[in-house]
Design a protein around this ligand. Structure first.
Ligand code: DGP
Length: 113
């Protein structure tokens, strides 16, 4: 079964991209948990944090950087926001392609608020 996020990254499935560069894309979560809920992810298929190789880890820094840039564009950076990466079943990961949630626009609480 093809990976839905790879299909979005390759434009097989159209999506409104909020960011694209050589390594990463970002788009709004289909099931937003907050007024701003953006997913930032690598174009390269990496299933989860558990499958990251040493050379992949700089991507996480780039993802956090893009998340903050998008939070700034969305006007939530001063109020505060959250980035989160779920890993594996008990971590709440439902899509097997590494992604960073960027959430904000309301007061977030425990878990993922
Ligand atoms: P996680 O539970 O951490 O694996 O988060 C996966 C998120 O991906 C979940 O919040 C819903 C979102 N999602 C799943 N399929 C799609 C899709 O086809 N398009 C978009 N925009 N978001 C999706």
């Amino acid at each position: 079964m093809p990976c839905i996020f790879c299909q979005i990254a390759s434009k097989e499935i159209s999506s409104e991209l909020l960011h694209e560069d050589d390594d990463l894309i970002a788009f709004r979560d289909i099931n937003p948990q907050a007024p701003v809920h953006i997913l930032v992810l690598p174009k390269k298929h990496i299933t989860s944090l558990n499958e990251m190789k040493d050379e992949d880890f700089p991507l996480l820094g780039k993802m956090a950087h893009v998340a903050r840039e998008l939070a700034t564009k969305e006007g939530i950076v001063e109020r505060g926001f959250r980035i989160a990466v779920n890993c594996g079943q008990e971590g709440g990961q439902t899509v097997g392609h590494l992604h960073m949630h960027t959430l904000g626009g309301r007061q977030l609480k425990g878990e993922l608020g």
